[in-house]
Design a protein around this ligand. Structure first.
Ligand SMILES: [Mg+2]
Length: 234
């Protein structure tokens, strides 16, 4: 008798997309404006510590280990030199997003979710990608200080946003400076984000990273990626 198998898999929508390494998997918080309603503005060190600790757990417990990770605000970029899960994009995106969402929910003691996308790059583009995200961290930094300062002045969210959109970056900088805050001197993690990588066999969280576009930044990235590559071949 011929055996008839239940072909439930034929109902699934599955793209079967695959990617090669190097690649970045970037996770982003969903609806974090609400999650961060009660947090200190514009920057909450406790939330930043939660994000950093979630990335640290990713290195320790996820399985496939990235060469390095960069986080600011509610986003995390994980740089993999080799594609995990044989490059299966749906597998990568869903497992990374679920691990990070679960880890962050445990850390914050509330349910949160993150989404994920995969960004295939060549080795030479990794530096530029990270520099681009770091530029975004800087813009975010200036904008956030400006926004919450205007809110303190009594403007509502829409008014503050409208005012900021009409100003140049240097003008927001000046506006905040007049209130005694020099944005060039705020904590490095607020301006430049936080990096996580393996150092001397341990997972290190670096709160004082250089600009990725500087010589110092490029040299540090090259060193970390070189060590990660050597480690993966051992
Ligand atoms: Mg978000």
């Amino acid at each position: 008798m011929q055996r008839i198998s239940a072909k439930s898999t034929s109902w699934e929508i599955y793209s079967g997309l695959r990617t090669r390494g190097p690649l970045v998997v970037r996770a982003d918080g969903r609806g974090f404006k609400k999650v961060l309603e009660e947090s200190i503005k514009p920057y909450d060190i406790d939330f930043a510590r939660s994000m950093a600790s979630v990335v640290e757990s990713f290195f320790l417990d996820f399985g496939p280990t990235p060469a390095l990770a960069f986080t600011f605000s509610d986003e995390i970029s994980l740089v993999f030199l080799d594609a995990p899960f044989a490059g299966r994009v749906e597998k990568i995106d869903s497992l990374v997003a679920s691990f990070l969402s679960a880890a962050l929910s445990l850390d914050l003691c509330r349910l949160v979710s993150m989404d994920c996308r995969t960004i295939p790059l060549c080795q030479a583009e990794i530096c530029s990608y990270l520099a681009e995200r770091q530029d975004e961290a800087w813009r975010n930094h200036i904008f956030s200080y400006g926004f919450y300062m205007l809110r303190e002045d009594g403007l509502n969210g829409t008014q503050a946003m409208e005012k900021l959109l009409g100003l140049k970056e240097s003008e927001i900088h000046e506006l905040v400076f007049q209130r005694g805050i020099n944005l060039a001197k705020s904590p490095a993690w607020e301006r430049r984000g936080v990096m996580v990588y393996r150092k001397n066999g341990r997972v290190a969280v670096d709160w004082e990273i250089p600009l990725f576009s500087s010589q110092e930044g490029k040299a540090l990235l090259a060193e970390i990626m070189g060590l990660a590559k050597a480690g993966s071949k051992r």
